[in-house]
Design a protein around this ligand. Structure first.
Ligand SMILES: C[S@@+](CC[C@H](N)C(=O)[O-])C[C@H]1O[C@@H](n2cnc3c(N)ncnc32)[C@H](O)[C@@H]1O
Length: 271
């Protein structure tokens, strides 16, 4: 089908305006790959006709579908492992001490995609911190994509997804097999509260957080947007809280008030 440079510029603008994501100029082939099936399903004979239609219509669910088709959802259980070791060996033991009076913890997983990240946190808590069973532990997992959230809420993964990052022990303990898929158990699913939320819009309904996972999403934003988001994270994070970023992400050169802390083989950020 192909995609003209003016149509690609329109898509980049649409995506940026709605999500803050900067689609690289050399990613035309990706747009083509993901929009071709969508154009066909929606009854258009080409991506060009689809975009022509989008341009003339007020913003609607088709625009959202196009945006969602351009986003990267890559994720897997216990991604990069070291952040989860830091959480288990340093961060949770420390916060357990600091919060022993109020017995409450707020954890936010800010771009949760199909749910593997918040469920990894929930499994880690159930597996290694049984004493938290009578605490108020709130794991809020959010994403702007209703498509990703619908998958996350179901907690159902195929054979390839279940093998990525998850040990057999945790799989057998916290999932059961249904046909060719693996369903997460209710005791883990119910620990996570999923919410639709766009990071470039208001965060006003969120409570102060002890732990924030904001991993592998800042990389898609431009410098100004990264600074704005990190500034809001700083406001939301409790004074003794911890921020977890993705492997290719940092606060350096963006927000000098964050301090780096090396926890085992992982670097965390604090206010
Ligand atoms: C690559 S995934 C990362 C998932 C997970 N955090 C991880 O590290 O494995 C990026 C996620 O960020 C979400 N995302 C991108 N822009 C967003 C925005 N403006 N607001 C909320 N979520 C966003 C996408 O929908 C996608 O699910």
């Amino acid at each position: 089908m192909g995609i003209s440079s003016t149509d690609f510029a329109y898509l980049r603008e649409l995506l940026y305006h709605y999500s803050g994501i900067v689609l690289d100029e050399d990613k035309e082939y990706l747009a083509e790959l993901h929009l071709e099936p969508l154009a066909e399903i929606a009854g258009f004979d080409s991506i060009a006709t689809l975009i022509k239609f989008l341009r003339t219509e007020p913003f609607n669910s088709l625009h959202v579908q196009v945006i969602e088709a351009l986003v990267t959802y890559e994720t897997f259980f216990f991604r990069d492992i070291y952040p989860f070791e830091a959480l288990k060996n340093f961060v949770l033991p420390e916060l357990l001490k600091n919060r022993k009076e109020e017995k409450s913890l707020n954890i936010w997983c800010a771009a949760c995609s199909s749910g593997q990240e918040p469920y990894s946190i929930a499994m880690l808590i159930r597996q290694y911190f049984p004493m938290l069973a009578n605490w108020m532990v709130k794991i809020i997992a959010s994403d702007f994509s209703s498509k990703a959230l619908a998958r996350a809420r179901k907690g159902r993964y195929n054979q390839i997804e279940i093998q990525r990052g998850l040990s057999e022990t945790l799989r057998n303990k916290y999932f059961h097999q249904e046909n060719n898929e693996w369903q997460i158990q209710e005791q883990i699913r119910s620990l996570v509260e999923f919410r639709e939320m766009n990071l470039i819009q208001s965060w006003s309904f969120l409570p102060q957080m002890d732990i924030i996972f904001l991993r592998n999403v800042l990389i898609y934003f431009d410098t100004e947007m990264k600074k704005t988001i990190l500034g809001k994270v700083r406001q939301l994070l409790k004074p003794d809280g911890y921020l977890f970023l993705g492997g290719g992400e940092t606060t350096i050169y963006l927000d000098s008030s964050f301090k780096q802390v090396k926890l085992g083989k992982y670097i965390c950020y604090r206010n």
